[in-house]
Design a protein around this ligand. Structure first.
Ligand code: PAF
Length: 277
């Protein structure tokens, strides 16, 4: 596995692969990331992962400084997953002095996570565009766990005619339902024990929808009730939204995205499930 740190090194390496699958990450890799790298390799014949903790997608009071990092462990995991290369740029490589671009993709970035984290998706869209331009992947792989990020990146690719196919991999979960996330490492044992409530609540809505409930507010109420009273004050949002625009629904007539964000102390966890048409 090649370890690349400059744009020139990535461009030189890129000429070796007729097709390339790309998994952009912020490191501290878990089985969800690894499943994307393995799929990228299986589908494209070659896989490149990037590890870059992108400062512009963190708000001023967020966890940039304490975001978990394990570069050596990550390299070993990527090697074992069969990655052909990893791009590990420094902040100066991505944001050289004088850099000032920022991409605004409109309403879809202001809903849900965007309402709580106003600059987050501009940071994500900008860095992902830069990474796509540097890596020039055939396909890029993202996890459904960050459902809004997937919607924003599809819009980015569509609006800017970027020549890359976006592939979304299923959320990978712990046996008790908790979605894998690098931020799970922040949870205290007590918070970790309560965290599976997110998936339980979403599953309850999914079951009610499968049994015929189409009233979006009733589905939101089921999620809130299943989350329980102790998590209610820590819930940033409970959403039943159109899966493409993320606009809140009144009635679920086609498919929908059920999603939520809950704070456990200083740690915010997000999760979602699809309500199939
Ligand atoms: O999902 C992530 O880890 C990040 O948001 C991404 C896509 C690597 C951009 O920094």
């Amino acid at each position: 596995m090649q370890v690349l740190t400059t744009i020139a090194e990535v461009r030189a390496a890129r000429t070796r692969w007729p097709a390339l699958g790309f998994a952009p990450t912020m490191g501290y890799l878990h089985a969800g990331h690894i499943s994307l790298v393995e799929r990228a390799r299986a589908e494209c014949g070659a896989a490149l992962a990037s590890i870059f903790v992108n400062p512009t997608q963190f708000g001023p009071n967020e966890d940039l400084d304490r975001y978990p990092r394990d570069p050596e462990g990550d390299l070993a995991r990527l090697e074992a997953a069969g990655a052909d290369a990893v791009f590990l740029p420094s902040p100066e490589v991505i944001y050289p002095p004088g850099f000032s671009a920022s991409l605004d993709l409109g309403d879809v970035t202001r809903r849900l996570e965007g309402a709580v984290r106003p600059h987050h998706f501009a940071g994500v869209a900008t860095v992902v565009t830069k990474l796509f331009n540097i890596v020039q992947p055939t396909r890029a792989y993202f996890g459904q766990k960050d459902a809004q990020q997937c919607v924003v990146i599809r819009k980015l690719v569509q609006d800017l005619d970027l020549p890359v196919e976006i592939v979304v991999g299923d959320t990978v979960r712990e046996p008790d339902g908790l979605a894998l996330s690098s931020r799970n490492s922040y949870l205290t044992p007590d918070q970790r024990a309560r965290a599976p409530a997110l998936h339980r609540a979403l599953t309850a809505a999914q079951q009610a929808h499968a049994a015929g409930e189409r009233n979006a507010e009733a589905l939101r109420a089921i999620i809130r009730r299943t989350l329980g009273e102790d998590l209610a004050p820590a819930t940033d949002y409970v959403s039943i939204a159109d899966p493409d625009t993320l606009e809140e629904l009144t009635t679920v007539s086609g498919g929908a995205l059920a999603s939520l964000a809950v704070r456990f102390g200083a740690t915010r966890l997000i999760d979602n499930v699809r309500l199939q048409p």
